[in-house]
Design a protein around this ligand. Structure first.
Ligand code: 5AD
Length: 349
């Protein structure tokens, strides 16, 4: 196993069989420890001890989609829906800027109430007031022209997890109206336009096999994203997957580490989902290769409504109020939160 980790560390590819061995490596084993250690070493080689922060603004929990895993699916009649106004959003940005955020992520369900023009207007206002900041959008599947309009308005980055790369699995997680080809096309469109693109998947989503995960890694190799977000699947009580098992902490950490080794230059967040399944989940993520955290900057009254899964961590260090605490904690781990846009350091650009 050590040889496989060294191979990845040196920038060489593994076979599917070899990847499977790493993914299925035993929890808390010496091999796993070595994987984590080498991932941290690689992360320090490319990004030093820097950790980038993103102010996450959850702009709406309305969604036209009905993904089987997601708590804000349109079929969930049990949640209170909200959307932020332009002023709400700009206020979040202004507050975040004063605290040192230089990237703002506008994330939301696919809410048709926001027109493309609305989004463009908000993006261009943010960019005009804060030209030193990056704006990331994470608002789902759109056609290429719309993405182009967002880009022209000043958006820098776009997050759209592919969720799973194999069609049969995709169909088990999504209603038939959603197509994997469309999702992949969106990602390639975004890249072509010039966005820094983020993709990713859930670890331990229902019916997921190691073969699925390997296909996810291969898809990411094809896409070469700037950002890769993964987190454990966490069931939500008001979804068809309410009784499905939660994704595994160690497997998620191993995948963060494998991603760091396979994609040394990528920006990998230690996600809220990871921080939600274990007390120290987010810190562990940072110690095994992740280099981004996304504290919640949404207005406090809506935070508990943006529930993709149950038991979401949205207080304390997960949120903006805990920024000082987060900084201190990160420091105690030997890293440092920096005031920076935190663009990907790519070797091919
Ligand atoms: N558990 C974990 N992650 C989830 N997401 C959606 N629902 C869940 C869930 N139940 C993830 C999806 C989506 C991202 C914003 O959140 O991967 O792309």
């Amino acid at each position: 196993m050590k040889g496989l980790i060294d191979t990845l560390f040196e920038g060489n590819n593994l076979t599917n069989e070899e990847l499977k061995t790493l993914i299925e490596c035993e929890d808390n084993s010496i091999q796993e420890e070595y994987l984590f250690k080498q991932a941290d070493k690689k992360r320090r080689q490319t990004y030093g001890n820097e950790i980038y922060i993103r102010g996450l603004i959850e702009i709406s929990n309305y969604c036209k989609n009905n993904c089987l895993y997601c708590g804000i699916r349109c079929g969930n009649l049990n949640i209170e829906r909200y959307r932020l106004s332009e002023k709400n959003i700009l206020d979040c940005v202004s507050y975040g800027y004063s605290l040192g955020f230089r990237t703002f992520v506008m994330q939301g369900g696919e809410d048709l109430h926001f027109s493309d023009k609305d989004i463009c207007q908000i993006v261009s206002k943010i960019k005009k007031s804060y030209p030193d900041c990056a704006v990331t959008l994470s608002i789902g599947e759109k056609d290429k022209q719309t993405y182009q309009d967002f880009f022209n308005a000043g958006a820098d980055r776009y997050l759209l997890r592919h969720e799973t790369a194999i069609e049969e699995h995709y169909k088990l997680l999504h209603p038939s109206a959603m197509k994997i080809e469309k999702r992949k096309q969106c990602l390639f469109d975004l890249k072509e336009i010039g966005f820094q693109v983020g993709s990713g998947f859930m670890v331990g989503s229902p019916f997921q096999t190691s073969e699925n995960i390997i296909a996810d890694l291969r898809f990411l190799q094809e896409l070469q994203p700037d950002m890769i977000g993964i987190g454990p699947f966490i069931p939500h009580i008001d979804t068809p997957f309410r009784d499905k098992a939660q994704g595994d902490l160690h497997k998620t950490l191993r995948l963060v580490a494998i991603l760091r080794l396979m994609f040394p230059y990528s920006l990998i967040p230690s996600t809220t989902a990871l921080g939600s399944i274990a007390e120290n989940g987010r810190e562990l993520g940072l110690q095994v290769g992740a280099n981004v955290v996304m504290p919640n900057l949404s207005p406090t009254n809506v935070r508990k409504l943006y529930n993709l899964y149950n038991n979401k961590a949205f207080v304390g260090k997960e949120a903006i109020e805990g920024l000082e605490e987060l900084k201190a904690q990160v420091k105690s781990l030997g890293y440092e939160i920096v005031i920076s846009r935190g663009d990907a350091k790519r070797n091919d650009k």
